[in-house]
Design a protein around this ligand. Structure first.
Ligand code: GTB
Length: 217
């Protein structure tokens, strides 16, 4: 069977920090040992009809393999996890809980983190930013506090490392540089534990190499 193809930024605005959402898909492929190819896109190419046919919102990442074409990083990671052993437990109840954590990362934890991140980029010079930031920080802190209470010293969210942890860690990494993660050393250790996984390291190096090539060219 031919290798799956995903799309990613040709020149990621995160400057190779692995914060764009192709990183979670790359990491999932590496965890399950599935080689893949990457089609790199400029911002302009992402808005062309050929890409809009794959992604109605003109974004990355997308996924194509064996007649299946997907967009949305959560759907792609879940699909990879369902196609290969390694990211979801065999036991049906544990599997359902791992999928629950994947959704929790995307729909409960990611929104306040993205809201804070976007405000810090787009509103930093606005007169209301200084007043708004404490509320944005507090919304993030609420989730971090709750996550920390759930982890309660465990290595992973629910037993063995799963697609739920993979997604949660990619979501939390977007707080890098905010100073908020440092308030929960257990969460910082949770992220570091995930980042130490060889699959993560390979995925990170691959996306960094793309940025370095774009910068050199
Ligand atoms: N819900 C979708 C998913 O999960 O796949 C969201 C996809 C998405 O937001 N894609 C972004 C994109 O294509 C790239 S990842 N943006 C271009 C556009 O909308 O025109 C988001 C992202 C971008 C940059 C950073 N960064 O620089 O730190 C972090 C995250």
């Amino acid at each position: 069977m031919s290798r799956p193809v995903i799309t990613a930024f040709r020149a990621s605005p995160d400057r190779g920090r692995g914060l764009a959402r192709d990183m979670r898909v790359r990491w999932a492929f590496e965890e399950v040992g599935q080689p893949y190819d990457v089609r790199l896109l400029s911002f302009e190419a992402m808005k062309q009809p050929s890409h809009l046919a794959r992604h109605p919102f003109g974004q990355i990442p997308t996924y194509e393999a064996g007649g299946v074409a997907l967009f949305e990083s959560g759907a792609i990671v879940l699909h990879i996890a369902e196609q290969h052993p390694g990211l979801l437990p065999e036991d049906p109840a544990a599997r359902a809980r791992a999928v629950t954590w994947l959704f929790a990362a995307l729909t409960t934890v990611e929104p306040p983190i993205v809201e804070r991140s976007m405000a810090s980029i787009l509103e930093r010079d606005r007169p209301w930013y200084a007043q708004r930031l404490p509320m944005l920080d507090e919304n993030v802190r609420t989730r971090l506090r709750q996550l920390s209470a759930h982890l309660a010293g465990a290595d992973w969210l629910d037993g063995a490392f799963s697609a739920g942890d993979l997604m949660m860690v990619t979501v939390l990494r977007r707080l890098d540089g905010s100073g908020l993660l440092e308030e929960w050393p257990d969460l910082a250790a949770y992220i570091a534990r995930a980042e130490a996984r060889p699959a993560y390291q390979r995925a990170f190096a691959d996306q960094l190499a793309v940025f370095q090539a774009a910068s050199a060219g």
